[in-house]
Write a protein that binds this ligand. Sequence first.
Ligand code: PLP
Length: 386
Amino acid sequence: MGLIADRTKLFQESVIREMTRLAIKEGAVNLSQGLPDIPAPPDMVFAARDSIGSEFDQYSITYGDAELRQALAKHLSQQYEAEYDPEDEITITCGVSEGIIAALMAVLNPGDEAVFFEPYYENYVPGIIMAGGVPVGVELSPPSWKIRFDLLMKAISEKTKAIIINTPMNPTGKVFNDEELAMIGEICLKNDIVIISDEIYHQMVYEGRHRSPVMIKQMQAQTILVNGFSKTYSCTGWRVGYVAAKKALSSAVRKIHDYLTICAPHPFQRACLSALELPEEYYQNIYDSYLRRRDLLCFGLMDLGFKLELPQGAYYVLADFSGLSEMNDSEFAQWLAKESGVAAVHGGSFYTNPEKGRKLIRFCFAASEHTLLEALDRMSVRLQQL
Ligand code: PLP
C-alpha cells in the first residue's frame, strides 16, 4: 500500500522557497522569494511586543480578533464600497496562504475544476489538489499578459467551480482592469462559479489602479476575497491574513479554517489592528520605494540584455534571458545562484507545462536598492563571461 498518500506525488515542494535555501547555502543575493527589505512599521512592532506576555498569548476566537474584524469591515467598505458583517463575513487566517486553501476546500468537491491564469503563483496548484480539485490553467499572452477570453471560455466546463485571480499578479505584475473583471464576473455569474481573489499586492500598483471583483456589486455573493498584511506591512513572518465573503461562503470557509489552524497568532492579530491606523503617508512611502526599486532592477536587467515588460504591479519581474544564454531556465537559475551569486526563480515553475517558461526567470525587487545594485553588479561581471 505504501506509507505516503498519492496526493503528495502530484506536486513538488515550493521552488521559490527552495531557491531561498540555495541562496543561503551559496551566500547569494536572494531575489527569489518575496521578502520585503523594509522594516515593519514601528507602531505595529510595539503593538506586537505589548501583546506578547498578555491575555493575547492565548487563542483568539477562531474567526479572529473581533476588533481586527471590525476594523477590516470598515476598511473594505471605504476601499471597495463592499459591506461585510464582521460578525459573520470576515475571518482572520494564517496569511493569504491559509485563506486560499480554506477557500478552495470550502468550494471544491472531489473532481471539481478550478481555473487559474498562468504563469501562476505556485501555491495555487497544490492548494487545488489538496482540496481534491483538478487544476485547469489558462495561459496569458506575453508580453503584455492579456487574458485571451477564447482560451478562458474553452477552459470552462460543467465541472468548473472556481476561478482564482491574483491582481496585481505574481509573477507577471499584471493588473486586471475593469473590463477584464467584468467579463470574468459575467462568466462566473452565468456558470455558478466562485471567484477566489488573491489581492495581497493591492497597494503596489504602478500603472492603472487596483480593482477588485467585489467592486462589482453582483459579484459580491460569489467572490471570496483574500488579502493579508505580509507584504504591505513587511511582516511576512507574522502570518496574518483574512478572508471576506458573504455569509454562505464565509461560514463554509470558517469551518475549514477552524480545523486547519484554530486561529492566526493572536498577538500579531493585535499588531495588525494598529496597521490599519497608519497614515496615508505610510502607503505613499511604500509605493515610492517599490517604484524606485522596480525601475532600478528592470532598467538594470535590460542593460544587461534581459528582455522584459515593466511590471504594472506587485514586486516581481519575469525576464526573458534568451539573448544571453543557451541554458534552460533551471540550469540558468542554478548557474546564476552558484556562479554569479544571485538567486532567482526559473520560469518553468510558474507554468503547468514547464516548457513554456524555459527562457524565463523571475526576479523579486522587494530587496533594498543597495542589494539590487549589488545583484546587478554581480550579474554584470559573470554574464560578460558567458
Ligand atoms: N499570494 C501571492 C500571490 C503571493 O505572492 C504570496 C507570497 O509571495 C502569498 C499569497 C503568500 O501570502 P501570505 O504571506 O499572506 O501567506
